[in-house]
Design a protein around this ligand. Structure first.
Ligand code: G1P
Ligand code: ZN
Length: 543
């Protein structure tokens, strides 16, 4: 076979972030840029000769080109089975499942998640390990170290693979298998959920609106919601993955999925609205007339998961990222389940899931998932909601209100200050950190501070420590403010302020969120001096 060793010059900016390497497309188009990073992945791994690699992406601009590159390089480096989603398509959760299902050594996923796509927009490459989850820091550090010294990569001379035809092609010593990106994932969903009950619900006139945002979830949602569950054609909107996501930002929040939100708040709204992001791991849930915050969604799914066959035996535990509201804690408390509070980022859930300590996990940033894969999973959350709605025969609104009456309500919002000068953002955090020891027992208006710290996580499975994961101000009565800097931004710093008021079950559960947290917003400014440090009078984005 024609393996070629190609000389290359290293790049100094290939440090993987929270979720792989993300850069603008023109950066990835530099000669050798994608090749260097892919070779650095392989060079950082051990013992994969003769094993299987899964490759797929979210369909964004440059996806097909890099898939051809990755196939050639995987074959040249010694993988002997290369499984590729037809059309180069694999959602992040489907890729995670395929790695597990086929016992692959790992997978390369091409995605920049919810970031825009197109010739001048974002592209990304991430590596997932054999449990189906994102590579841990030990591996991403090794990839980065290798990328700084790399001077050659291996490829193989072969014509482009036809990505659009299922089948097998021999490339060197490797077999490249193009397979249906949806079938295995859809089959997994059928093992978890009561498809018959959901079909009956839909058959009875229950209306769903699903916005795939012209991103990867389209084919998955169309197969599952329309073909297998019988929802009428057109239930899935923007269902064809487009290289530029139709010029939109494939981020399922109230800003970028505003059309769906407006429709769900209208008089003739469908019963259930949902959306997913670029690579299919995030979800947005909106009932008729009610938006369910991701933190509440996690708590409500955990409290009702036993209605789905896959979770009928109950949960081993619930895990949430630290800034995610404490609504899930109330559920864990009442159900007598362990609750794990981890730093931001899905990778911290992997150990808990592998060890069987947690069954359901979630983040306030619209990520929810379970031990069925090792990534968050947008469509999974939608199907669990539908299963619960079918089993309970109540509306989203009724389920949410009953939940709050049982567990209390965590009014919650996140305020983002984007593109802040990094030095100023660091100064704000440093100031806050310096004040931490003096805050306990002091009051801001009617709010009394019970504890204040810089969150550190001790992984109960591998014993690793992660420090400086965000500043927590905890008030008496269960309200909180959290300050942290984003780890995924590309320009300047993003300051995230997470604000939460706990209202007990017998309290006022029907307030507007903005009103319910107004005094905490004032307290956040008083504590951190956001205006003084950044010159900003208000946040850029509120979610
Ligand atoms: C953001 C979210 C976080 C999520 C990550 C990757 O990270 O806040 O929950 O895991 O994207 O999708 P951040 O920018 O806050 O570091
Ligand atoms: Zn995503």
């Amino acid at each position: 076979m024609n393996i070629r060793e190609v000389a290359t010059k290293s790049f100094d900016d290939q440090k993987p972030g929270t979720s792989g390497l993300r850069k603008k497309v023109p950066v990835f188009q530099q000669p050798g840029y994608a090749e260097n990073f892919i070779q650095s992945i392989f060079d950082a791994l051990d013992g994969f000769a003769g094993t299987t690699l899964v490759i797929g992406g979210d369909g964004r601009f440059y996806n097909r080109e890099v898939i051809q590159t990755a196939i050639r390089m995987a074959a040249a480096n010694g993988f002997t089975t290369i499984i590729v989603g037809r059309g180069g398509i694999l959602s992040t959760p489907a890729a995670s499942h395929m790695i597990r299902h086929y016992g692959a050594f790992g997978g390369i996923i091409l995605s920049a998640s919810h970031n825009p796509g197109g010739p001048t927009e974002d592209f990304g490459i991430k590596y997932n390990i054999s449990n189906g989850g994102p590579a841990p820091e030990k591996i991403t550090d090794a990839i980065y170290a290798r990328s700084k010294t790399i001077d050659r990569y291996l490829t193989i001379e072969t014509p482009d693979i036809d990505l659009d035809q299922d089948g097998e092609t021999q490339v060197g010593d490797a077999v490249v298998r193009i397979i249906d990106p949806v079938a295995d994932y859809a089959a997994l969903m059928e093992t978890l959920f009561d498809f018959e009950a959901i079909r009956a619900l839909i058959g009875g006139g229950f209306r769903i609106a699903f916005d795939a945002m012209s991103a990867v979830t389209g084919p998955y949602a169309t197969e599952i919601l329309e073909r297998r569950l019988g929802a009428p054609a057109g239930t899935v909107r923007n269902g064809t993955p487009l290289p530029d996501f139709g010029g939109h930002h494939p981020d399922p929040n109230l800003v970028h999925a505003k059309d769906l939100y407006d429709e769900m708040m209208s008089a003739d709204a469908p019963d259930f609205g949902a959306a997913s992001d670029g690579d299919g791991d995030r979800n947005l849930i909106i009932g008729k007339g009610i938006f369910v915050t991701p933190s509440d969604s996690l708590a409500m799914l955990a409290a009702n998961a036993h209605f789905a066959p896959g979770y009928a035996k109950g949960l081993a535990g619930i895990a949430r990222s630290m800034p995610t509201s404490c609504a899930a804690d109330r559920v864990a408390e009442q159900l007598g389940l362990p609750l794990f509070e981890t730093p931001t980022g899905w990778k911290f859930f992997g150990n808990l899931l592998d060890a069987g300590k947690a069954t359901i996990c979630g983040e306030e940033s619209a990520g929810t998932g379970s031990d069925h894969v090792r990534e968050k999973d947008g469509l999974w959350a939608v199907l669990l909601w539908l299963n619960i709605l079918a089993a309970r025969g109540e509306s989203v609104h009724a389920i949410a209100e009953a939940h709050w009456r049982r567990f209390g309500r965590n009014y919650y919002a996140r305020h983002d200050y984007e593109g802040v000068d990094s030095a100023r953002a660091d100064a704000l955090m440093a100031d806050l950190r310096n004040h931490l020891p003096t805050l306990r027992g002091t009051a801001i208006g009617a709010l009394r501070i019970e504890a204040a710290d810089d969150f550190a996580y001790h992984d109960p499975i591998d014993g690793s420590e992660s420090r400086n994961q965000g500043i927590r101000i905890l008030f008496e009565g269960g309200s909180r403010i959290v300050f942290r800097l984003s780890g995924t931004g590309t320009s300047g710093a993003t300051i995230r302020v997470y604000i939460e008021r706990y209202e007990p079950a017998d309290g006022d559960l029907g307030r507007e969120t903005g009103d319910a947290i107004a005094d905490l917003i004032v307290a956040a400014e008083e504590l951190a001096g956001i205006a003084r440090h950044t010159g900003r009078a208000k946040p850029d984005v509120i979610t």
